[in-house]
Design a binder for this molecule. Structure first.
Ligand SMILES: [Zn+2]
Length: 160
């Protein structure tokens, strides 16, 4: 017998909005983070190891330079970002059907603190993805248009 009733109904899940305070700024992650993620997207709950202690000082500020892990382009220099824990579901590439839940993020309140960075075209009116300026291969973080905040995922970069 054939079983044609196996199709799963796509579930509309309300994204969880958790208010956080970072450096005196109240941050409400907007629901659009979920936008590029459809029911065909595989979301991987990534078990991340905390970044090594020597990547930051006691206040959490970056002590290393951050580079693209594919082409070595320099993305961030010391002191220009602060390590925060904030869960963001990031697709792997611009047209990708896989995404990862990542939580260790380098936070920059200002895009001018980047050494080199590329922004995707607006995914919608509220955010863009960050990519390496040289190779533009991977999504390495997210930029919120309204608050101008930037988050670079520890898991998608290397340190030098
Ligand atoms: Zn690159």
């Amino acid at each position: 017998m054939e079983n044609d009733n196996n199709n799963q109904q796509p579930q509309e899940e309300e994204p969880q909005l958790i208010e956080r305070e970072i450096e005196g700024v109240t941050v409400l992650p907007p629901p659009f983070i979920q936008d590029p993620i459809t029911n065909e997207t595989t979301i991987i709950q990534k078990e991340e190891a905390e970044p090594a202690k020597e990547t930051r000082n006691e206040e959490g500020f970056l002590l290393k330079t951050i580079h693209c892990r594919l082409c070595d382009c320099k993305i961030l220099t010391p002191k220009n970002a602060k390590l925060v824990e904030k869960q963001i579901t990031l697709i792997n590439k611009k047209q990708s059907n896989t995404a990862e839940d990542l939580k260790y993020m380098w936070f920059l309140p200002d895009m001018f603190q980047f050494e080199n960075i590329a922004f995707t075209k607006d995914v919608n009116s509220t955010h863009k993805y960050l990519s390496c300026a040289e190779c533009e291969q991977e999504v390495i973080g997210i930029h919120y248009i309204g608050s101008k905040e930037n988050y670079v995922a520890h898991d998608r970069i290397i340190y030098k």
